[in-house]
Design a protein around this ligand. Structure first.
Ligand SMILES: *Cc1c(COP(=O)(O)O)cnc(C)c1O
Length: 508
């Protein structure tokens, strides 16, 4: 049955900018970013066979089978062992289904991606990535210590720290924007335990931290020093293929979960709404569509940093705009790294075109699509955004209408979904990716749901308790435990000091 007996076609990975030779997935995951600055992408995109489409299985089995299509230098048995360990309940995830699909009525459901150890969707990839990388070091006979370098807008950092803490042969260094994350997110990171973890605050925004990390990656002198110290860099950001591949699985899972209900999906399938920042999560949904999952439209939801909305509507990407700090900080991004992988598909996989677009972006701060590319974009995507006020209202409205509590990122998706309905009249069944627990962003959610009552109590943890008392929705245990944990990481630096900080931390 299924791909047990099917012969798997070997899949290799190439750079979107064409300047790297094809390599197997374990190598692409160890490297993170290609040496020409491009992103590793599968040489061709696979399709689900009839056998694979009809499989009924639990989450870890579905994940193993989807991964097997992309990571062909891993065998299925090995992948099964890894997904069974990563996606286990109650050890790492707090619900048996791992990723429950909650139906709230009117053909709308939420794919709850936040039941892992750090309460955001990043856990789905980062609980698994350490196993994938550990095996990758064996496959590639890599004996150097792996330094995972992470720029985070709040959730990736914590998920990477939890996934890799005390994993032998690895070390995690996280840079986060000091004023660009929620109270709870900050607390999660600065209390991080583990002998191999390091958390550094950057006085700047996420784009600055991400740019700094990319520069460190491509710094040849630093690479030489690292080499002589027996270390090498890898990435836990979604530029790493090892981050994206596990995310494709939950969109296949969403489709399967819907298929098990009585109200069958229509022939053309369903729409998926994804609150988007670095374009990783929605790109995984696009790959799921390419696999043959019946997805009609991918709805890209942004906050006030609406560079992607404009791009999808006009075909012009222009990052020359004001940066806004919002209550959905994981989406406060103007340079969406993974868009490069989508461009690769839109341009008919043309590396020279990607290089031209990326050079234009770097030199002029913008680029525009040609009409064929733009058509391809519009056939698959729809874009919208929510202001701060609209985000708060969306949290309120969803709670009033459906009795369902959502976080500000998911609320951006909920608002844009309603815009889509009224602008297109398309009532196709829809899945909204619910990307974080509402309790990670307690003060915004309490504001929206309890209104003035919240003002009586400013302490974040009391606020969470109040919100839980008011709504009856339990607080995830990992967040409850935070209050008692001592602070272990206090370092704060300027963006220009990131490289020097790395040298100090690693003793180079
Ligand atoms: C990371 C994150 C996003 C954005 O996801 P991308 O893959 O960067 O587009 C949205 N919501 C939450 C809660 C996140 O942590």
């Amino acid at each position: 049955m299924g791909i047990n007996e099917e012969k798997r076609e070997k899949m290799e990975y190439i750079s979107t900018r064409g300047g790297a030779s094809p390599i197997v997935s374990s190598k692409a995951m160890l490297l993170g970013l290609a040496e020409d600055g491009g992103l590793y992408t599968p040489q061709s995109l696979p399709m689900l066979t009839e056998g694979q489409r009809s499989i009924e299985a639990n989450y870890s089995e579905i994940a193993a089978r989807i991964l097997a299509l992309f990571l062909t230098d891993y065998d299925l048995r090995e992948l099964r062992e890894m997904t069974a360990k990563a996606y286990s309940c109650p050890r790492h995830f707090s619900v048996e289904e791992i990723v429950p699909l909650r139906f709230v009525g009117d053909g709308l459901s939420f794919l709850e991606l936040w039941h892992g150890p750090t309460s955001a969707f990043k856990d789905l990839a980062l609980q698994l990535l350490p196993y994938l990388l550990r095996s990758a070091t064996q496959k590639q006979a890599e004996e150097r210590e792996i330094i995972l370098l992470v720029a985070t807008s709040g959730d990736t950092g914590k998920a990477a720290l939890e996934g890799f803490r005390d994993i032998e042969g690895t070390r995690v260094v996280v840079f986060y924007p000091v004023d660009g994350v929620s109270e709870i997110q900050k607390r999660q990171m600065i209390t991080q335990e583990g002998e191999n973890t390091c958390v550094i605050g950057v006085k700047g925004n996420f784009d600055q931290a991400q740019t700094g990390v990319k520069a460190i990656f491509l710094d040849q002198e630093l690479a030489g020093k690292l080499f002589s110290h027996g270390k090498c860099f890898s990435s836990a950001n979604s530029i790493n293929w090892g981050r994206l591949a596990p995310q494709i699985a939950y969109y296949v899972w969403a489709w399967k979960s819907w298929g098990q209900r009585d109200d069958r999906l229509p022939e053309e399938g369903f729409n998926i709404v994804v609150p988007t920042g670095n374009f990783g999560n929605i790109l995984a949904a696009y790959y799921a569509k390419k696999l043959g999952v019946p997805v009609k439209r991918l709805i890209c939801a942004s906050n006030r940093n609406n560079v992607l909305t404009e791009f999808i509507r006009t075909g012009v990407y222009d990052r020359k705009r004001e940066f806004h700090q919002t209550m959905s900080p994981a989406m406060d991004i103007l340079i969406s790294s993974n868009l490069e992988r989508l461009l690769y598909e839109l341009t008919g996989r043309e590396p020279s075109r990607i290089k031209a677009l990326m050079t234009h972006l770097q030199e002029e701060g913008s680029y525009s699509l040609e009409s064929r590319e733009f058509q391809e974009l519009q056939m698959n995507f729809w874009g919208g955004y929510a202001s701060e006020e609209e985000t708060l209202f969306a949290i309120h409205d969803c709670y009033q209408r459906h009795g369902y509590l959502i976080d500000p990122h998911t609320a951006v998706g909920y608002k844009v979904y309603h815009d889509y309905l009224s602008e297109t009249g398309d009532h196709t069944p829809t899945v909204i990716a619910s990307t974080a627990s509402p309790y990670k962003f307690g003060s915004a959610v309490a504001d929206a749901v309890m209104g003035g009552e919240k003002k009586t109590n400013r302490d974040e943890f009391r606020l969470l308790e109040e919100l839980s008392g008011y709504t009856g929705v339990p607080i995830p245990t990992n967040l409850l435990n935070l209050e008692k944990k001592p602070i272990r990481h206090r370092r704060i630096i300027a963006p220009a000091e990131m490289r020097a900080a790395i040298e100090t931390v690693l003793g180079l």
